[in-house]
Design a protein around this ligand. Structure first.
Ligand code: F6P
Length: 536
């Protein structure tokens, strides 16, 4: 284990493997996926499998040589050493001089005792602190589920409202939707993130303050959206209940103890976050409280267990069999060498309908960087526009552009084999559609056979990610798989995937705009219009 960062040149394009990939990409332009897919052993060669997952990347525009060169590139970028640095708590978040230890949040999830091998950050044993805080959070979740935790009137909780945004919201919404069959029917989960107040209004409209519990999730506790929503929720609660209700009906998860004090969050109702966990990597921490209440402590541990298994696989499997390494490298190939501008994520299970939105933050906030770790402009493309919707809805919406439009994209199809509802035949129809779409995107339909408007150019690369069934363990594995694939790409591109300075400028400017909107004086341009139309 190392706590040093591996040495890495800032520019991967100087490496022989990069240049060889560039030449090879030129050769590959002449090949169509039709030429590759029918080859014997194609599936065997471009398929990686673990006990839990299958990654079929046989419909990528790759040959054995492509794979070999990508693996060379990973080696030359010191991927193995970076993985070691990530897990061992080295300061991989270089602009903030911090480790990124989300993996410690899910290591040994079933064990509440501090583990024998400590992992120190700033003199503190991270594993021991995580384990203690997790047990406290899960005990509270169990009490709430059992009706033992009551509000100020003595009534048990029937509704939990998570107030948070970005990483303090997206993973929780996604997982709660994905794991609906595992959620208790006795307590409903609600999510409020957006600034404009409509989401809050719509949620509160249905609720009874005496049986409602709010969880303020905010690593910083300074995020404007969360603060406004939390203050409005507090005012709503106190319309019917006495001041002491705040201490019973609000919980919080944050690194900011002073702000939790100021809001009136009691010691038993607050959970710590740590600077060494990035917001978008935090659903494994007490930020997951609403999910732990919904699915229960055992299933929450199963979610962590799945993620822990993926981490173990990532750390130990050979690169050519390693799912996150392959997923990451395929992404680099498509982005940098085949010029794919966007990546579409297509879960063939409606329960995963928020997975593309979750991945948007994970990937675009992590990899949307134009400057390398040593502060130089990247002279190559990084990051990818991520978008998507569940199939088969997506087929009846934007697949026309995928099949016959002029945009360049790659795709991931994601599906459990077993149905997530009682309608197994319908799920099978969905799987058939998924396979057909992957095939149609790859093979297309050539000009010889049909008139021009019926031509499908094909040659669109995609992967299929398959798992047995959607449950907490596989969901943990799936999320961790994408997290680690993001890390792989960050290493190739030499960017820091754990900061997000690009979101700050707009926040600062919004403060000025707020002042301009509230001031009585004359305002320029569209601000004047807003002020005029706001008057009754
Ligand atoms: O503005 C982006 C961001 O900082 C995300 O990275 C983060 O997940 C989100 O805001 C919410 O931040 P917090 O948990 O501190 O409220």
């Amino acid at each position: 284990m190392t706590t040093q960062l591996p040495r890495q040149s800032s520019d991967p394009t100087d490496l022989p493997a990069w240049q060889a990939l560039q030449d090879h990409a030129g050769e590959m332009q002449a090949l169509h996926l039709r030429d590759l897919i029918g080859q014997p052993r194609r599936y065997r060669q471009f398929c990686a499998e673990t006990e839990q997952f299958v990654l079929d990347y046989s419909r990528q525009r790759m040959t054995g040589k492509t794979l070999e060169l990508l693996l060379d590139l990973a080696r030359d970028r010191a991927l193995e050493q970076w993985v070691d640095a990530l897990f061992s708590g080295a300061p991989v978040n270089t602009t903030e001089n911090q480790p990124a230890l989300h993996t410690a949040l899910r290591s040994r999830p079933g064990d509440d005792q501090p583990v024998s091998e400590p992992l120190h950050v700033d003199g503190e044993d991270v594993r021991a602190v995580v384990s203690k805080e997790r047990s406290r959070m899960l005990r509270l979740a169990a009490r709430i589920r059992a009706g033992d935790y009551t509000g100020v009137t003595g009534a048990p909780v029937t509704d939990v409202v998570n107030i948070g945004i970005g990483g303090s919201d997206l993973g929780l919404v996604m997982a709660t939707e994905a794991l609906r069959p595992f959620c208790t029917r006795k307590i409903a989960s609600h999510f409020v993130s957006n600034i404009d107040g409509t989401q809050l209004a719509d949620v509160l409209e249905k609720l009874d303050p005496s049986t409602t519990l709010f969880i303020i999730c905010s690593k910083s506790f300074t995020t404007l959206e969360t603060r406004l929503n939390a203050e409005s929720a507090r005012a709503w609660l106190l319309r019917d209940l006495p001041e002491e209700a705040v201490g019973k009906h609000f919980m919080a998860v944050s690194v900011n103890a002073a702000a939790m004090d100021a809001f009136g969050i009691g010691a038993d109702n607050r959970f710590m976050m740590w600077d060494w966990v990035g917001g978008r990597y935090s659903m494994w921490s007490s930020i997951g409280l609403i999910l732990a209440i919904a699915i229960g402590p055992e299933q929450f541990q199963a979610l962590l267990q799945g993620a822990c298994e993926l981490d173990e696989h990532f750390r130990t499997a050979a690169p050519e069999d390693n799912l996150p390494v392959l997923l990451g490298l395929v992404g680099v190939w498509n982005r940098n060498f085949l010029g794919m501008n966007s990546h579409v994520v297509l879960p063939y299970d409606q329960r995963l309908h928020r997975f593309p939105a979750f991945l948007q933050q994970l990937e675009m906030e992590s990899l949307g960087k134009g400057v390398t770790r040593d502060g130089k402009p990247a002279g190559y493309t990084t990051g990818t526009v991520i978008w998507g919707e569940p199939g088969s809805n997506a087929q009846h919406s934007f697949f026309q552009l995928l099949h016959q439009g002029t945009s360049r994209f790659s795709a991931d199809f994601i599906a459990p084999v077993q149905a997530s509802s009682e309608y197994a035949d319908q799920h099978q129809a969905g799987l058939a559609n998924m396979l057909a779409q992957a095939e149609a995107l790859a093979l297309g339909q050539s000009e010889d056979d049909v008139p021009a408007h019926k031509v499908y150019p094909g040659n669109h690369p995609s992967s299929i990610l398959l798992f047995k069934m959607l449950d907490p363990r596989t969901l943990g594995y799936l999320v961790a798989l994408y997290e680690q694939a993001v890390f792989v790409r960050s290493v190739i591109w030499g960017v820091n995937p754990f900061d997000q300075w690009g979101v700050e400028l707009g926040k600062t400017m919004a403060r000025g705009m707020q002042q301009a909107l509230s001031s009585t004086g004359e305002a320029p341009g569209i601000i004047e219009k807003i002020k005029a139309w706001r008057r009754p």
